[in-house]
Design a protein around this ligand. Structure first.
Ligand SMILES: [Zn+2]
Length: 323
């Protein structure tokens, strides 16, 4: 059953690759997209990027993040922190072009994007949340117990989603206030690895979190003509290409954070770092001992090779909140 599905999806990928070549010859350049303030935008092949809302961005050139102290049964805290550092560094070290729109391959040497992420240390809170009145943390959270929200309600698409980054932003300006990254690490959902190279049947954590770091920094999925990009919407087991931002990714992050942007370096979360959940008074009582996943054992194979619908909705998902 799975093998036939895989073959069918492979055909879809082949068709997609052919389309990519056609568009490239037609002058396709920068295909990156930014997440915007638009209330509801669903990318399509005809309109892959939103051009109505304001693009999201961090105002400071420095952003703090925190790995949840429990990390995962699949990845210990030290390894998780080291992997996150590599993921964010990959974005901060790209070579920026003079023109991020045309994004010519030879257009380089303008410096690095004016954004960097700092590990502020582990936090105990294992909930993706934004406190409107209290402190916050931009958290990296492994959901070992199932793809659930902190209130125990199931998240959607547990069998097709590897990770989810939730961004809270100012609807009037696009300024990002908070970002939380959740990784679907229930072993029966996704077997994650940090080995190099990863086994073909396993999901490479560094690839996943580098993609999510792009969302964390305000990028959306790139156009489907660029399957080589870190911000491509799909990932398959054993692949490592997403670890290194492509030229298209570099143009996107440099457009969001030009090298010569004048800004300060303040890596503290909005209203200060809070280690525990429920920074808003009264405490929300949020906890993350979610029940085990119903229907555990469903793998990612089908999703990772999904056809166009999965491409649009995103195997590696993102979500936005409005601040
Ligand atoms: Zn994504």
């Amino acid at each position: 059953m799975r093998r036939s599905s895989r073959r069918g999806a492979q055909n879809a990928l082949t068709a997609l690759a052919a389309a990519a070549i056609t568009l490239a010859l037609a002058g396709d350049a920068g295909a990156w997209c930014r997440t915007t303030t638009s209330k509801s935008f669903t990318p399509t092949l005809a309109k892959p990027c939103d051009d109505a809302g304001l693009p999201l961005y961090w105002s400071s050139r420095c952003v703090g993040y925190d790995v949840q102290q429990g990390a995962s049964v699949q990845v210990d805290l030290a390894t998780a922190r080291a992997t996150m550092a590599k993921a964010f560094a990959a974005w901060s070290s790209v070579d920026c072009p003079a023109d991020a729109v045309t994004c010519a391959a030879t257009d380089v040497g303008q410096g690095s994007p004016s954004i960097e992420a700092h590990d502020l240390g582990p936090v105990s809170c294992a909930c993706a949340e934004y406190n409107q009145k209290g402190g916050n943390s931009n958290s990296i959270i492994f959901l070992d117990h199932g793809w659930f929200n902190c209130d125990g309600s199931p998240k959607t698409d547990a069998d097709v989603t590897l990770a989810l980054t939730t961004v809270t932003f100012n609807t009037d300006s696009g300024e990002i206030y908070d970002a939380d990254m959740e990784i679907n690490s229930l072993p029966t959902n996704a077997k994650i690895t940090t080995t190099d190279p990863p086994a073909q049947v396993l999901y490479d954590l560094q690839s996943i979190v580098t993609h999510e770091a792009g969302h964390f920094l305000g990028l959306a999925h790139t156009q489907p003509t660029h399957p080589e990009a870190t911000m491509f919407a799909r990932y398959s087991q054993g692949e490592t290409a997403m670890r290194v931002p492509s030229r298209d990714d570099a143009c996107g992050i440099c457009a969001a954070y030009p090298p010569k942007r004048v800004t300060v370096c303040d890596d503290q979360p909005r209203r200060g770092l809070t280690d525990v959940c429920g920074g808003d008074p009264p405490a929300t009582g949020c906890h993350c001992e979610a029940p085990g996943a119903a229907g555990g054992g469903r793998g990612f194979g089908l999703a990772a090779i999904g056809a166009l619908a999965a491409l649009v909705t995103g195997v590696i998902a993102r979500r936005r909140r409005r601040g």
